[in-house]
Design a protein around this ligand. Structure first.
Ligand code: CP
Ligand code: NVA
Length: 301
């Protein structure tokens, strides 16, 4: 039984394989021959934080692969009233065929995977957002070719889930990653071990020669009480025209969304690069279908 609780739950070869499956599934979407290996299965989406893209892409993706999905807001099930994850896992594992979980603690997803006996996917925790980065890599490769050749620059809160999954991806696939964040919003050096990652707190130096400029919200879900201090610490960490001017001329601008224009990205740059950003959002669907297909044990289409 395979799970996807972290970006490195799959090996580099397996990540590559999932990306190939994603491309095939994207190409064949909607055709009568599109595979439905999950027919007869019911998957649970257990969400303890808001979501537009992740929820919809998993619900649509599961349906397209033949499964039914059940959206379980943590606030509506007993989990929200204090029933432990380990009991929730042992109940749902007896009824469902797989689970997609969005929550705070990474340990909750790991515990669910261990105790439920069903394939478990991390749909975002405080530590990782692996499905996002899988879709991002798929998008970079569609637009620019092999990931290994790209210099990715992440600007903003470099200690949250999205950049931490970028670090794992950089370690696995070997592309250079620059994290550009003020002090207090950089990951601990131990988290970067073995990855070709550098920290550069100066935005213009960091963006120099970038192939991909990437950002995420300054205030992640669960950090709302720190909003004022985050706004002030990160005010100079915006993707804008000056940053773009020092990146490579054909640099991609990417954002996992939702975006707060005028904060982590300027309105002008967002709209100029909206085509890439919304392709990135759409690719959540295709990349996750590739992942689901792989976890089901299907190796070729
Ligand atoms: N990028 C992303 O995960 O979006 P949602 O929070 O809308 O799922
Ligand atoms: N870092 C953000 C990602 C949202 C998709 C958060 O955790 O809120």
């Amino acid at each position: 039984m395979r799970h996807y609780t972290r970006f490195d739950s799959l090996s580099a070869t397996e990540t590559r394989h999932v990306l190939r499956l994603a491309a095939e599934l994207k190409k064949g979407r909607g055709q009568a021959s599109a595979p439905r290996p999950f027919q007869g299965q019911t998957w649970g989406l257990i969400f303890n934080k808001s979501s537009t893209r992740t929820r919809v892409s998993f619900e649509v993706g599961l349906r397209e692969l033949g499964a039914q999905s059940l959206f379980l807001s943590a606030a509506d099930i007993q989990l929200g009233r204090g029933e432990p994850m380990r009991d929730t896992a042992r109940v749902l594992g007896r009824m469902m065929h797989g689970a997609v979980i969005r929550t705070y603690a990474q340990s909750d997803v790991e515990e669910f995977a261990k105790l439920s006996g069903i394939p478990t996917i991390n749909a975002l925790t405080d530590e990782e957002h692996p499905c996002q980065i899988l879709a991002d890599i798929f998008t970079v490769e569609e637009r620019k070719g092999p990931m290994e050749k790209q210099k990715v620059v992440f600007i903003g809160d470099a200690a949250c889930n999205v950049p931490l999954s970028w670090v794992a991806a950089s370690r696995q696939l070997g592309f250079p990653l620059v994290l550009c964040a003020p002090e207090g919003y950089q990951p601990p050096v131990e988290a970067l071990a073995g990855a070709p990652v550098t920290i550069e707190p100066d935005p213009l130096k960091a963006a120099e020669g970038a192939d991909v400029l990437y950002t995420d919200v300054w205030v992640s879900m669960g950090k709302e009480s720190e909003k004022a201090q985050r706004m002030s610490a990160m005010k100079d960490y915006q993707i804008n025209a000056s940053m773009l001017a020092v990146a490579k001329p054909e640099a991609l601008v990417m954002h996992c969304l939702p975006a707060y224009r005028g904060l982590e990205i300027s309105e002008e740059v967002f709209e100029l690069h909206a085509d890439t950003i919304f392709q990135e959002a759409e690719n959540r669907l295709h990349a996750q279908k590739g992942l689901l297909y792989f976890l089901h044990g299907e190796n070729s289409l």
